[in-house]
Design a protein around this ligand. Structure first.
Ligand code: NAD
Length: 305
């Protein structure tokens, strides 16, 4: 089986290309990436063909998709604060770019597994968040990811295209970059501790997140492709590991042996308060998946830094 990973040079994408490289049933792996937040260096040693370009270029997408048997669509303009700074850019890539990918898949008859986000639950306060809850996006990013998954599922319903839309929660692990304004919380905390600068927490630190190690996420994605799993509704890809940001900082401080030195700043617009996945559906669809526990995943991440 030959596979295309859009956003394949990014954090989750490059980990997925590594996972595919270890699977005997996978032949050619192509990463289509404009390298806006990803990097060619992430693909070192994976034998992945990098096609440098944008999912906003339909001709390019149309030329690549017929070369594969499945697409994993991860390309996106990630991050809530980035979308607050430029909502239109997030919309273009996450909504219009997704339609371009789906159009190419429809024409070539190629199934799609795609990344949505837990941010779509937004202001819905019920915990754990199960897939049938109402979606109430709090940021342009969340709205654009809701568009991503809505288009993916609509292409399944309208054209009979096999599709699977995962809602990722907080994914962390090796290759997730720190040291830039939009860094995710785990690399941002580790980087601050290693540099001896304060760990910045927006708000009281009692907000909660559901963290999933990237190795677990890419195993589920690869299984979805190889077993050709499709589903008519969104599927949470997280396992209910809910911790406060203060506890996360303490855990990382224990692992690194360095002080956390927390500095509280004003809460950020668009951030949700609490997050925890209901994992019944993902466990039903992927019964063999074993989750890497948080402490072990954080240790591997610190060791990668
Ligand atoms: P990332 O920024 O590392 O990966 C995104 C990749 O897409 C990058 O390599 C980037 O260069 C590429 N890209 C951006 N615009 C593009 C375009 N127009 N054409 C082609 N490539 C383009 O982020 P990630 O964390 O690996 O996220 C992967 C996917 O998972 C995204 O769809 C994101 O919305 C989703 N997601 C991630 C998390 C998380 O915790 N990391 C949580 C929820 C959802």
């Amino acid at each position: 089986m030959n596979v295309l990973v859009t956003g394949g040079a990014g954090f989750i994408g490059a980990n997925l290309c590594q996972e595919f490289a270890s699977r005997p049933n996978v032949g050619r792996v192509i990463a289509l990436d404009d390298l806006s937040t990803g990097s060619a260096a992430n693909l070192a040693g994976t034998d992945t063909e990098l096609v440098e370009g944008s999912i906003l270029d339909p001709t390019l997408v149309d030329s690549v998709v017929p070369r594969v048997d499945a697409v994993v669509h991860l390309a996106a303009r990630p991050s809530v604060p980035r979308s607050l700074a430029d909502p239109v850019a997030s919309h273009h890539v996450n909504a219009t770019g997704t339609v371009n990918v789906l159009e190419a898949c429809r024409r070539a008859g190629v199934p799609v597994v795609a990344a949505s986000s837990s941010s779509v639950y937004g202001a819905t306060a019920v915990l754990p968040k199960h897939e049938n809850l109402a979606t109430r996006p709090l940021s342009p990013y969340a709205a654009s990811k809701l568009a991503t998954e809505a288009y993916v599922l609509a292409y399944g319903a309208s054209f009979g295209l096999p599709t699977l839309a995962f809602r990722f929660f907080n994914v962390y692990g090796p290759l997730q970059p720190a040291g830039h304004a939009y860094a995710a919380v785990v690399p941002a905390f580790i980087d601050a501790m290693l540099r001896g600068t304060p760990v910045r927490i927006f708000g009281d630190g009692l907000q909660t997140r559901d963290f999933t190690y990237v190795g677990t996420v890419v195993r589920v994605l690869a299984d979805a492709v190889l077993r050709q799993v499709s589903y008519a509704g969104p599927v949470n890809l997280a396992f209910g590991t809910r911790v406060t940001l203060l506890d996360l900082a303490r855990e990382l401080s224990d692992i690194t042996g360095l002080p956390a030195g927390i500095r509280h700043e004003a809460p950020r617009a668009g951030d949700v308060r609490d997050s925890q996945a209901a994992d019944g559906l993902v466990r039903e669809l992927f019964p063999d998946i074993v989750q890497v526990p948080l402490e072990q995943g954080l240790e591997r991440t610190v060791n990668w830094f």
